[in-house]
Design a protein around this ligand. Structure first.
Ligand SMILES: Cc1cc2nc3c(=O)[nH]c(=O)nc-3n(C[C@H](O)[C@H](O)[C@H](O)COP(=O)(O)OP(=O)(O)OC[C@H]3O[C@@H](n4cnc5c(N)ncnc54)[C@H](O)[C@@H]3O)c2cc1C
Length: 554
């Protein structure tokens, strides 16, 4: 190493080596911290799901270490019910050196945007509200218009539907602050596997009052008793940072010039100038689809799904899934997901609500629409799910004059024809599952969760054949897949027709802007880019980024 013996030179070399060793030590220390992190998965019986000391001892056993020598952070909680007895799987990040500092709150990156350029958003659903939050983070001012009322005031209109069958076309289970997500089941999972992108809306929900459990649960859920407060807190964030939110403010016209958005008209009266418009009005805003079509703004028919709600006693589903009834008090109400193919047609369960209720989700008088919701504890004695058949444009006969609105007209016809067969209220026609299969009118209808009431009816005759026949075969197949599912204890109620939008509003893949109208950004479920709360929120965030990009390059 040393080319010549020279005391000065030797000392310099020694200092240099010492420096290198010191540097290496620091480097190794950092490296050691990283290496001293690992993930450990443990299996615990339900009664130990909240027992942290016991869980630390299990982690210690698996690492051969004393629990005092490490700290552990829960990152994923799921239930494995494949074998009896069901147990929890808990995944932890384990640190033997030091726990990294928590990440800064996402809200800390939000700016005051009261003087920033405005972006108009129509719709205060998950797509609209999460677009607004991200616009604020990006330094733009969201101005939101929603036809409905704030989440709290909206409750009165829900009571009117439930108790008196009165449907307010601007304030109901689909319309109003928080959109269709507010008084829903509040399931927060999506088929998307972009974990990073899913985490952002979940973290924002936690920062607005949702339980941090949603960050670790494999099937996160909030519940309709807690969601309205979280939604109201999001509104407060938007207002606090200089955004605006207007209720009872329905978009009735979009004013264009030279293929560009120039203004919107609200409630057929006031005009608001704008050059950027996020249209996040959800899949039930039929007036918006009519408006776009009438203005020759390109829209397309899109395959959607239609069928029924099926409700079982929750105890029965628990018995099937957990092989235990009553279930352990430490296990949540169990759920299921079923799918089958009947000929060319896909039939699947959708929006399963364990411990939930079937609710009347019509958005206009004269139609019958079912959906499902639950409270955070999911403690009703019923389990319901939509059970639907895919419907594509080529299968529907007639309605050709409607052009891209063909499937929307078909959807509307089914909802209205079922309503017309009733007594003019929101009472729903129903049938026991076995009678539904055997094409028999049920002699009696069992107790159920649908508050307006269910009456016995020949759904096998009332539903279109192209919907009934695949459903009939599917429920028998589901019974084979899930022993106990096909039972007279289950109730079929019609109709489940708003699982997805029958129309797509096209947009460019890169700019996310409508191909014909500059400044128009179709967003969320109604435009055909989402299916559920979290995917709508993620789409809102993606559109906010696209809008920011558009604003800077204009
Ligand atoms: C009862 C029920 C239960 C559900 N349960 C779940 C669940 O557990 N998990 C899940 O992921 N999904 C659930 N969903 C679906 C979920 O709510 C939707 O996928 C999601 O809300 C779509 O978000 P969005 O923002 O795209 O549209 P929406 O939530 O439909 O919001 C659209 C908003 O636009 C407003 N609007 C419409 N037209 C106009 C207009 N002309 N002018 C101004 N404003 C207008 C409406 O008032 C509404 O607030 C449920 C839906 C219902 C109805």
């Amino acid at each position: 190493m040393y080319s010549s013996i020279n005391s000065q030179g030797v000392l310099e070399d020694i200092y240099q080596d010492l420096y290198r060793i010191l540097y290496l030590c620091c480097f190794l220390k950092i490296e050691a911290r990283i290496l001293m992190y690992q993930q450990v998965e443990i299996k615990v019986a339900p009664e130990f799901v909240s027992d942290e000391a016991y869980q630390l001892s299990l982690i210690g056993d698996s690492l051969g270490m004393n629990p005092s020598a490490f700290s552990a952070r829960l990152v994923k909680r799921s239930i494995d019910a494949r074998r009896f007895p069901a147990h929890y799987l808990l995944r932890f990040d384990v640190f033997t050196d030091m726990v990294p500092d928590p990440e800064p709150a996402l809200l800390s990156e939000f700016k005051d945007v009261s003087e920033a350029p405005e972006v108009l958003i129509i719709g205060a659903g998950p797509a609209g509200y999460f677009a607004a939050l991200d616009l604020i983070a990006l330094g733009l001012k969201p101005v939101i218009f929603d036809r409905g009322k704030d989440a709290q005031t909206r409750r009165r209109d829900l009571r009117a539907i439930q108790q008196f069958g009165i449907v307010n076309p601007d304030s109901n289970y689909c319309f109003g602050e928080g959109g269709a997500g507010t008084y829903s089941d509040g399931k927060l999972y999506t088929r998307s596997n972009k974990r990073g992108e899913i985490l952002r809306p979940l973290k924002l929900l936690v920062e607005h009052g949702a339980s941090p459990d949603i960050l670790v649960d494999a099937h996160p859920h909030i519940g309709s008793n807690k969601l309205p407060k979280v939604i109201a807190n999001i509104r407060e964030t938007i207002l606090h940072h200089g955004g605006q939110v207007h209720f009872d403010a329905k978009l009735t016209d979009i004013i264009l010039r030279d293929g560009e958005v120039k203004a919107v008209r609200i409630n057929d009266k006031k005009e608001y100038k704008c050059d950027t418009l996020i249209l996040a009005t959800g899949h039930s805003a039929r007036d918006i689809f009519y408006l776009l079509h009438q203005k020759d703004i390109l829209i397309e028919a899109k395959a959607f799904a239609l069928g029924v709600r099926i409700e079982h006693p929750q105890g029965l589903i628990d018995k099937i899934q957990y092989k235990q009834s009553p279930r352990s008090e430490h296990l949540p109400a169990s759920s299921y997901k079923l799918v089958t193919q009947v000929g060319e047609k896909g039939v699947f369960s959708f929006c399963m609500c364990p411990g939930g209720l079937i609710v009347p989700s019509a958005t206009a008088p004269g139609e019958l629409v079912m959906n499902g919701m639950s409270m955070s504890r999911r403690d009703s004695p019923f389990a319901n799910s939509g059970t639907v058949v895919t419907v594509s444009e080529g299968e529907v006969i007639g309605y050709d004059d409607a052009g891209p609105l063909k499937l929307l007209e078909y959807q509307k016809m089914v909802e209205q024809s079922l309503f017309d067969k009733g007594d003019g209220s929101q009472k729903a026609p129903g049938q026991r599952l076995t009678d539904f299969f055997n094409r028999k009118i049920s002699a009696s209808i069992q107790e159920n969760s649908y508050i307006p009431g269910v009456y016995s009816a020949p759904l096998h005759k009332w539903l279109p054949t192209m919907i009934y026949e695949p459903l009939r075969q599917a429920v028998k197949d589901f019974g084979r897949k899930m022993n106990g599912y096909f039972t007279e204890e289950a109730l079929v109620v019609a109709t489940e027709s708003r699982t997805s939008s029958p129309v797509r509003i096209p947009r460019d893949k890169e700019s996310l802007m409508h191909p014909q109208v500059r400044g128009l950004f179709p967003c969320g479920e109604g435009a055909g880019y989402a299916g559920g709360i979290i995917s709508a929120a993620m789409d809102g965030e993606a559109v906010a980024k696209a809008v920011a990009n558009y604003k800077t390059t204009r």
